[in-house]
Design a protein. Structure first.
Ligand code: 4AD
Ligand code: MG
Length: 461
């Protein structure tokens, strides 16, 4: 007999004589003559109530069945006379599949702190909150692919191991087979020659450079994969391994890029609100009471578009004491970003045209010679959700920028080639997937929206 998932059982249109359900016991309540089991199989937030009556064979199967155990239940799906559920399963046969020691099982009925649950990341998806979170994560991933497919984008798999550093921030994780740290070689010796690839290799910080090459061939592409940064900042918004969505579009400028970012975010939020309403309701109830209003605002309101210079003025005139002072030429900090969208505009804000000194070499230099066609999309609670730009498509200008940044042109000959052969204006951005999930659920720590977080001094599971 085919197993029925709890979600399907709960959504049944009529009673059924016999169904088979498998799952984990969330709770057991014993009364005189019968017991109730709450079974969850991960397919949805709600549990299926199972009634085990003394008069059935199933009753004998109750021995050793406690919270955390896995079970198999056969029985009739009938309308529940009790409150709180439409259907219940009247067990005829109950089999213990895997017992769980009730005294040792860490997930007890009470609410556990997020900090504690992080230490048992292998079990936390069995809780209501984390089950909901990771179903939302799955659905949001699907929303990304669906959105781009409908817009005519091609999904591109960019390499995880790279020989380049897109962001030029030096936050790289080296990949090596060398038995000793290369710095131990003698001066002038290229120790990486002996390494696996014959040159220095790292985990990618971004798929952008490769995505640009493909955008200038397939027109519109996107990547959606893991990226790695050895940022030694132990913040609630940074992980050493995180997932990024990076669209790249040929024949596009900064305005097109802003339109795409706004449209993508709105489409993703709309999709999650539509397809994860039960799971989202848990976050709106227990995690952030303003969540629904925040998400509706993100979907309904046009985003503010604001040149960096004006953003700095607003911050300076705000009369606020920021931990980091604001001045033209310095990068915006999370406190500034959050002030702009939470307090000042009360909606998402796209800041564009940043000073070129604080942005990477690939961003297109504006006519003023001082700023680049960069854009950051800032959202409530999270700050920067998206970072992107129009790319420098003029060969001479790009070469000048690389020289200024101290980047070896020879190593990027393929990147420069794209400007030599049929160069076109193009633009793209990176959207941090975990930051998106923080925004959508109201969860305030990035460690709680990724299955197994990698952060400084933390590599369990
Ligand atoms: O602004 P970033 O560094 O942009 C790039 O990497 C570009 N190459 C993207 C592009 O144009 N194709 O990163 C993009 C986004 C950020 O806005 C943020 O949401 C997220 O990635 N992000 C992180 N998320 C979690 N942990 C980290 N350490 C992150 N660093 C960036
Ligand atoms: Mg950025």
């Amino acid at each position: 007999m085919k197993r029925t998932r709890v979600k399907a059982a709960l959504a049944a249109e009529r009673e059924a004589d016999e169904i088979l359900v498998k799952g984990w016991v969330r709770t057991r309540r014993d009364a005189k003559g019968f017991s109730f089991l709450e079974i969850n199989d991960g397919s949805c937030l709600k549990n299926l109530q199972v009634l085990v009556d003394e008069s059935t064979d199933a009753y004998g199967g109750l021995k050793d069945i406690h919270t955390g155990a896995s079970v198999e239940v056969r029985g009739a799906l009938v309308e529940s006379p009790g409150k709180g559920q439409k259907w219940e399963l009247r067990a005829r046969k109950l089999t213990l599949l895997g017992p769980a020691d009730a005294t040792a099982y860490p997930l007890q009925k009470k609410r556990h702190s997020d900090e504690f649950l992080r230490t048992i990341a292998h079990l936390r998806p069995r809780t209501n909150k984390y089950g909901a979170l990771f179903r939302i994560r799955s659905e949001a991933s699907f929303a990304v692919h669906q959105y781009f497919r409908e817009q005519g984008f091609y999904y591109l798999h960019t390499p995880i191991i790279t020989g380049s550093d897109c962001e030029g921030a030096g936050e790289l994780f080296r990949v090596t087979r060398l038995p000793a740290v290369p710095e131990m070689g003698s001066p002038g010796e290229d120790v990486f020659e002996k390494d696996f690839f014959g040159k220095e290799a790292n985990l990618t910080v971004s798929g952008q450079l490769e995505a640009e090459l493909f955008a200038c061939a397939l027109g519109s592409v996107y990547t959606f994969g893991p990226t790695f940064r050895a940022e030694n900042s132990n913040t609630p918004r940074h992980a050493a391994e995180f997932w990024m969505i990076e669209p790249e579009v040929a024949f596009a400028d900064l305005n097109d890029n802003m339109d795409l970012a706004e449209d993508l975010v709105k489409a993703m939020v709309t999709h999650v609100m539509k397809h994860c309403s039960d799971d989202l309701a848990l976050f709106a109830r227990f995690v952030d009471k303003t969540l629904t209003a925040t998400l509706e605002n993100i979907v309904d309101e046009p985003y503010v578009r604001l040149p960096y210079g004006e953003a700095v003025e607003i911050l300076q005139k705000s009369g606020r004491k920021f931990e980091f002072p604001v001045a033209f030429g310095s990068d915006l900090q999370t406190e500034h970003e959050r002030f702009l969208c939470e307090r000042h505009f009360k909606k998402p804000v796209i800041v564009f045209d940043y000073p070129k000194e604080i942005k990477p070499f690939y961003m297109r230099v504006n006519d003023d010679g001082k700023t680049v066609a960069a854009m950051d999309l800032l959202v409530p609670r999270v700050g920067e959700l998206v970072g992107g730009s129009q790319r420098e498509e003029r060969l001479d200008m790009l070469q000048r920028r690389m020289d200024e940044a101290g980047i070896d042109q020879e190593a990027y000959w393929w990147y420069l080639d794209i400007r030599r052969f049929g160069s076109v204006p193009h633009a793209g951005f990176g959207l941090g997937f975990e930051r998106f999930l923080m925004m959508v659920t109201g969860v305030t720590n990035i460690r709680d929206v990724i299955p197994f977080p990698r952060t400084p001094k933390s590599l369990e599971f």
